[in-house]
Structures are given as structure tokens and as C-alpha cells.
Design a protein around this ligand. Structure first.
Ligand SMILES: Nc1nc2c(c(=O)[nH]1)N[C@H]1C(S)=C(S)[C@@H](COP(=O)(O)O)O[C@H]1N2
Ligand SMILES: [Mo]
Length: 318
């Protein structure tokens, strides 16, 4: 049922009091309803931790697209603290169970956790080209306006101190203010926006500096494979270099011809329309070109390293 577990974490989760995530792909466990998922959590805990759980309590369920469901549970441990458990279900099969271990809880694992490596999840090739088609992608429903998310809260912005840093394996590292960004040259794109939870917003217009323009400016070195993006609120995400530089990807300064409003990421956010929305980090402060894969906030909770909408890459599969 569980052959391997990965240990991971991310800065944003640490801000939420989670010190590490134990993420285990699951094979051959059917989940129809919440009680099945609860059984899986109880089994998995015994398989993974040196811990015999007391009452596992149900927290909430959420549908992710048409095909996926997420069930959340709480597993009380000592001192009134609890380990969070998440069961990811695709159709009727559990595909992952993840445990979020809080700061100050030192749980022994029954084996050595491994490091997730994204290669297998990226290898899935397809003849479907990433397209900006106006058709509704599989598993999505239209909403009138994009739903605002701020999983780590809305940061306070002091524009006089704000600079966007672009660094890592580049020929020229830069720090850019808002006027620098406008001077580099802005353009507008029109695109649909797709959140992995299943909603899509149509025909949003974003104005800003294309990621291709940024790449021309800093000149990433040949061995760059990943782009790690950090936000002022502590949020982070990671994008394959190849996807980051695709046409349509933009460091947005405006949405629908007005400066981004605070809730949508002022002063700048990334928008990569062909990837699920969590890759489009708001309140961006740093973009780092790198050769290694590291989980960002949602990737550390089992979400896909690439997140292409046309391939329905919602969760990791390995
Ligand atoms: N800093 C930050 N960026 C973020 C998020 C967040 O919580 N914090 N949520 C992501 C998710 S899951 C989605 S779907 C989009 C939503 O964009 P919106 O809030 O502008 O609608 O922002 C993404 N960028
Ligand atoms: Mo999202």
C-alpha cells in the first residue's frame, strides 16, 4: 500500500507552525467515503510513525476538479498538539496520504524518508501542445471573477523599499523597482486563469513584463532547469524553466488595465496562464534561476512540480 515516503517542508508551512511534511504515495487503497479515508490514515500512521494513534478526527473534505477529492483529518499527539493528515483521492483510489508534523513534535519514523525527485512526473509526454485555447479544460468550471487566495495572509507593502530581485545562475543579477519594470517594456496578454481546485476565470487581461524579457535581461546559464519564486508573505512555488519562458507568461503589474489591487498581488505577481493558478505567485519579491528542484508551498503538500492545465497535472503521481 505504501512503499516509500518523502520528507519535505517549505518556508510558508513553517510560518504556519508545520516543521515537516511526510508525503506517501499510496497504491491499491479504495476510498469511496470519508470513513474509508479515515481507515487509510489509521493504517498509514501505524506504517509510517512509531505511534499508535488515538482518535483520528475528521476535519474537512474538498473537491479538486471533477476527478480528485481531498480529505483532511487531525491526529492528536501529545501536549494537545495534532498531526494533520490529508488523503488525496483520484476517482475512487487513494493516491497520496500526507502528514503535516507541527513544530515541537518529534515523531520517529519507522524508516528513512526519501527525497522526492520530479523527473518521473515530468516525463509524462503528450502530443497535446500547451495551448491558449478558449475551451474549458477538463475538470474545471467557469466562475465570473477569480477567487482571491491568500494562504499566508496579505502582506504589508512598503513600495519605497520594494524591489524585485532576479538572481541565481544568471549572467547578471538584478533588483528592479516598479519604474524599472515599466521601463524594461510592458505588454498585455489576455488569458483564462485556472485554479487547481476546479474554477476557471475567463479573459483576464494582464499587463507587465514578459518572462522572456526578464530572461533576456539576466541571461540564465545553460544548466538552469527550475525557477523558484518567493513572495513577500512567505509563499513560494517552483516552475520548470521551460514552462516559465513560454509565451504568455508575465510578471504582471496590471490586471484589466488597472494596477493590481492588493488582494491580487500588488505590486507584482507572476501569471503563467497555462499552469494551474498556484504557480502564479502573488506579491513576488524574488525569482531565482536554479538547477535543483525544491518544493514550494503547495508542492510540499503533494501538488505537481509542473502543474500543466492541459495535462491535468494536479498532484504528484510518484
Ligand atoms: N503569495 C501567494 N500567491 C498565491 C496564492 C497565495 O495564497 N499566496 N494562492 C495561489 C492560488 S492557489 C491561486 S488559484 C491564485 C489565485 O489568484 P487570485 O487570488 O488573484 O485570484 O494565486 C496563487 N498565488
Ligand atoms: Mo489555486
Amino acid at each position: 500500500m505504501i512503499k516509500v515516503c518523502y520528507e519535505t517542508s517549505s518556508y510558508g508551512l513553517k510560518l504556519k507552525g508545520v516543521s515537516r511534511v511526510i508525503d506517501c504515495p499510496v497504491d491499491g487503497f479504495e476510498v469511496h467515503l470519508v470513513p474509508d479515508a479515515k481507515k487509510l490514515v489509521e493504517k498509514a500512521i501505524r506504517a509510517v510513525f512509531e505511534l499508535s494513534p488515538r482518535e483520528v478526527t475528521f476535519d474537512s473534505s474538498e473537491s479538486i476538479g471533477y476527478t480528485h477529492t481531498l480529505h483532511r483529518f487531525k491526529v492528536p499527539v501529545l501536549w494537545g498538539k495534532y498531526v494533520g493528515a490529508r488523503v488525496v483521492v483520484a476517482g475512487r483510489k487513494a493516491i497520496r496520504v500526507l502528514f503535516t508534523v507541527p513544530e515541537g513534535v518529534d515523531l520517529e519514523l519507522k524508516y528513512r524518508a526519501k527525497q522526492y525527485s520530479p523527473e518521473a512526473d515530468l516525463a509524462k509526454v503528450s502530443d497535446v501542445e500547451s495551448s491558449n485555447s478558449t475551451r474549458l479544460p477538463r475538470g474545471q468550471v467557469y466562475v465570473e471573477v477569480p477567487i482571491v487566495y491568500a494562504i499566508l495572509g496579505v502582506p504589508e507593502i512598503n513600495l519605497s523599499k520594494w524591489l524585485l530581485r532576479v538572481d541565481g545562475f544568471v549572467e547578471r543579477q538584478v533588483d528592479l523597482g516598479l519604474t524599472d519594470l515599466y521601463e524594461i517594456g510592458v505588454e498585455s496578454i489576455k488569458a483564462d486563469f485556472h485554479c487547481v481546485t476546479g474554477w476557471s476565470a475567463r479573459d483576464l487581461e494582464f499587463t507587465g513584463v514578459s518572462t522572456r524579457r526578464v530572461v533576456e535581461l539576466v541571461k540564465p546559464l545553460n544548466h538552469v532547469k527550475w525557477v523558484y519564486v518567493e513572495s513577500m508573505d512567505g509563499y513560494s512555488t517552483i516552475i520548470p524553466y521551460e514552462e516559465f519562458t513560454k509565451k504568455g507568461a508575465i510578471i504582471a503589474l496590471e490586471m484589466n488595465n488597472r494596477p493590481l489591487d492588493t488582494l491580487h498581488g500588488y505590486p507584482t505577481r507572476l501569471v503563467v496562464p497555462h499552469l494551474y493558478g498556484w504557480k502564479s505567485a502573488k506579491w513576488v519579491k524574488k525569482i531565482t534561476f536554479t538547477d535543483v528542484y525544491v518544493d514550494g508551498y503547495w508542492e510540499s503538500l503533494g501538488y505537481h512540480p509542473r502543474g500543466r492545465v492541459d495535462l491535468e497535472e494536479r498532484f504528484k503521481t510518484n
